[in-house]
Each structure stands twice: as structure tokens, then as C-alpha cells.
Design a protein around this ligand. Structure first.
Ligand code: AHG
Ligand code: MN
Ligand code: MN
Length: 317
């Protein structure tokens, strides 16, 4: 019989505490997947007409997914606050502001794929509050390096809906089974292949890259002979990198001098998973998990992949 998300309760030191939270992510994923499938019939595609704190045009589905995710985190009863890509400030969950955990979330990743029916995802990480439980949680509770992460994962809304997560005891992939209406373990103990795979980067930015990344990428391509794949949704590109090997990178460039991807709810959760799966996660000259966050929406350049590909790209890292 297949293992379900309940299996998480038996994993690592934090599985029991994380299981109800990841079950909540699973419920949000099922609702968001249904929302995406029917969006065109509800006039839910397209822009919402507002910009988020990132200065990016919000899609209607960004806002709807954010609301679904927040409600499912509230309903777990274990989350005191949520830091979301779509919300400038930390969202305190007033009924449970004495709870132990906070969640950082990118509710809908890869939004530019929505109106072309491309893959998109949700990315999350869980940290334990630093403030006393009888205080109101504050942004500082979220500003913890990846070494403090208790659990992290992503949902990939593709031909199937997958939930890939870790509580620090390896990485497991669960696929939503519409017959049993639950997530069932389909990819146990995921490890990134040591060789092969693809390099994955938006090469249109190559002439603007900083830190000599253009030459470094050319050298890596020569040394490894990797093919290229780029979906434009971090979750999809990272999922393929985890399964097939290679490297995903979003370097700093003259337009985005700190890179484009956000540290707290894109780089750290993905870096946590990549390292749990035996890969490497770098940002500039340090491990992603060692970067000390200074603000909720700060951006960092990222290089994720197999040790072989990362060493070919950043030999002195
Ligand atoms: P989001 O939709 O949450 O803003 O994330 C988009 C990100 C990430 O998913 C992807 O890797 C990257 O933007 C793609 O950026 P480019 O379109 O500049 O290549
Ligand atoms: Mn994103
Ligand atoms: Mn997003």
C-alpha cells in the first residue's frame, strides 16, 4: 500500500510537528490545482491590475493562490505568521499568534507561464519562531538562514500535481492520486544524479551577467557537454534538475545586481532540498544556506545543481 503525507510524522526529529503543516500545504495544492484548471472559465487569467512589493505585475491567480495558501496555513492551527511573496508585510495569524512556526511562501511561482498553460508551482519553507510565544510574531522571526529551516518543499502543477518536501531527513516526492484523493509517495529518497542532465538558465541575459558568469558558463558547457532546458518557472526547472541532474542558475546581472530570485521563499527552500538530495547550492561565494537574510523580499543570485556541474561552473567555490 502507498505511503501518504502521514508518513512524514515518522521522519527525522521534526516530522511529527511538520506533518500537519505539510498536510495543510497538500490541501492548498489540491485547491490551487483545481483553480488553475478552471481559471480560464472564471476570468481568473491575466493581470490583477496591481504591482506586488517586487514591482512586478500581479496575476489574478497570484492573489487567489496566496489567499488559499494563507487560509490552509491558518487552518492547521500551528502557524503564527506567514511571509509571502505577494504580501509586503508579515501576515500574523491572530487566532494562533502564540504558535511555534512561521511559513515563508511563494504561492504561485512561474506566473509568466500561466496564460500559456505552462507549468507553475508553490514554494514553501518552515522556521521556528525566535520570539517568545506570548509575543506577537515579527519579521525578525523570518530572518533566519537556511541552516535554521525545519522543513521545505514545493508543489509542481504539471501533468500531475507533485509535492516534493524534506524535514531534514532526505527528500521525498508525493504525487496527487485523483482516485484516492490524496498525495501518495512516488519518488522516495530523491538524490540528484552525479553526472548528466541539463544546464538551465535564461541565456538572453548573458551579455548583462556580472562576476564573469558568461565565460564561466561557456567553460562549463565545454567541460560537461550538457544540453539546455529552461521552462521559466523555478519549480519546474529545479524539479527536472533534481531528477535528471545538471545545474539551474539565475546569476546577478547589470539589471538585477542581486539577481532576481528571492532568498527567503525561493532560494533557501530550494537550497535546502538540493543539499538534502546530495547537490550543491551556492549564492555568490557562499552556500545559500549560510546567507543571513536581512529583509523579507531580498534577492540573491543562485547556482543549484550536482557537484560535478557546480564545480565546472564555479571551480573556486
Ligand atoms: P514568480 O512567478 O514567483 O515571480 O517567479 C518567477 C521566477 C522563477 O520562477 C523563474 O525561475 C524566473 O522568475 C524566471 O525569470 P525570467 O523570466 O527572467 O527568466
Ligand atoms: Mn517565484
Ligand atoms: Mn510567485
Amino acid at each position: 500500500m502507498p505511503l501518504t503525507l502521514n508518513h512524514i510524522a515518522r521522519q527525522g526529529g521534526h516530522g511529527a510537528a511538520m506533518m500537519p503543516i505539510i498536510q495543510g500545504v497538500g490541501r492548498a495544492a489540491i485547491e490551487i490545482a483545481a483553480l488553475l484548471r478552471g481559471a480560464v472559465f472564471r476570468g481568473a487569467l491575466g493581470e490583477a491590475g496591481a504591482k506586488n512589493v517586487q514591482g512586478e505585475q500581479q496575476q489574478k491567480l497570484d492573489i487567489l493562490s496566496d489567499a488559499i495558501f494563507l487560509e490552509e496555513m491558518r487552518a492547521t492551527g500551528h502557524i503564527c505568521a506567514v511571509g509571502s511573496e505577494e504580501q509586503e508585510a508579515l501576515l500574523v495569524i491572530s487566532e494562533y499568534e502564540d504558535a511555534d512556526y512561521l511559513v515563508l511562501v511563494d504561492p504561485l511561482d512561474g506566473s509568466s507561464n500561466l496564460d500559456v498553460d505552462g507549468p507553475v508551482g508553490t514554494i514553501f519553507s518552515v522556521v521556528k519562531r525566535k520570539s517568545a510565544n506570548d509575543n506577537t510574531p515579527v519579521v525578525d522571526d523570518t530572518l533566519q538562514s537556511g541552516r535554521e529551516v525545519i522543513a521545505a518543499g514545493y508543489v509542481l502543477y504539471g501533468p500531475a500535481t507533485m509535492l516534493v518536501c524534506s524535514v531534514g531527513d532526505g527528500v521525498d516526492g508525493y504525487t496527487y492520486n485523483p482516485t484516492t484523493a490524496r498525495f501518495e509517495l512516488s519518488h522516495g529518497n530523491m538524490k540528484i544524479p552525479a553526472t548528466g542532465g541539463y544546464y538551465s538558465v535564461n541565456e538572453a541575459n548573458a551579455d548583462k551577467w556580472l562576476d564573469g558568469m558568461g565565460d564561466r558558463l561557456q567553460n562549463m558547457k565545454k567541460e560537461t557537454g550538457l544540453g539546455m532546458r529552461y521552462v521559466g518557472a523555478m519549480v519546474a526547472d529545479m524539479h527536472r534538475t533534481l531528477l535528471k541532474g545538471g545545474v539551474f542558475l539565475y546569476p546577478a546581472d547589470s539589471k538585477n545586481t542581486n539577481g532576481k530570485l528571492r532568498l527567503l521563499y525561493e532560494a533557501i527552500p530550494m537550497g535546502f532540498l538540493m543539499e538534502q538530495a546530495g547537490g550543491k547550492s551556492l549564492s555568490k561565494d557562499q552556500h545559500v544556506l549560510d546567507v543571513q537574510p536581512e529583509s523579507l523580499h531580498q534577492r540573491v543570485p543562485v547556482y543549484f545543481g550536482s557537484k560535478e556541474a557546480i564545480n565546472a561552473l564555479l571551480p573556486d567555490a
